[in-house]
Design a protein around this ligand. Structure first.
Ligand code: ADE
Length: 222
């Protein structure tokens, strides 16, 4: 999959060059290209923002640089995403659907937002990462890219996907590694037993308990 990320702040994306997402790029499962929107501005000072018509606080991103940047990259198989608090809330299903696309173009808004006409012309999928407002679309883009990358074949193991929180509508069971005793706290005996049926049963029960205590809404939704 190829992902183009349009932003005024390409330097803020170093997170995507570490750990699992870095490995996915090195392994060829993922190609991430950062595009500086400012390069596309036809303004002689490369300005990309202006005050809102009708008044109001802050600045808006002007439509021309964003529109031209998208048009320079868009192919028949491209799917455009605009992270926005007004979008659908990100879910595992949305991430899984995005992971099936061949080419994604993310538009990162900043300041108070972007001119509505760009959205009307490009008709992107608007996705929110939660009911709170951030200063720009950069962090939400990284959240969405990280989340969808896990669903691309070969990025993480199928087993990890099956056992994680939300995969079957409940939260994941607690996990332990070495040492067997840490600050006086021992690893639950059953996990050392080698009895896989009992371990699976214990994990299922812990997962149920945790979901009931922390997210009873997930159980009611089922
Ligand atoms: N941009 C600013 N806040 C956001 C949010 N909560 N989700 C997605 N994009 C955003």
């Amino acid at each position: 999959m190829k992902i183009d990320i349009l932003t005024l702040f390409p330097e803020s994306f170093s997170y995507l060059n570490s750990s699992i997402i870095k490995r996915a790029q090195e392994g060829g499962q993922l190609e991430i290209n950062l595009v500086d929107i400012r390069q596309f501005s036809k303004n002689k000072h490369k300005k990309c923002d202006d005050t809102p018509f009708g008044g109001g606080a802050g600045m808006l991103m002007t439509p021309q640089p964003i529109f031209d940047a998208v048009k320079s990259l868009q192919q028949p198989n491209s799917h455009i995403v605009f992270p926005s608090p007004s979008g659908q809330t990100l879910s595992p299903q949305i991430a899984q659907d995005l992971a099936k696309k061949e080419h994604l173009i993310f538009i990162c808004g900043h300041y108070e937002g972007i001119d509505q006409r760009v959205l009307d012309l490009l008709n992107p999928q608007e996705i929110s990462i939660g009911d709170y407002v951030l200063t720009g679309g950069e962090l939400p883009t990284m959240v969405i890219v990280d989340c969808l990358s896990r669903f691309i074949d070969g990025v993480i193991s199928k087993e990890s996907l099956c056992e994680e929180s939300f995969s079957n509508g409940s939260l994941e069971y607690p996990q332990y590694t070495r040492p067997q005793i840490f600050e006086g706290l021992a690893v639950p005996e059953v996990l050392l037993s080698g009895n896989h049926a009992q371990i699976a049963k214990w994990r299922e029960e812990e997962s149920k308990k945790r979901t009931q205590n922390r997210r009873p809404d997930l159980i009611k939704e089922k």
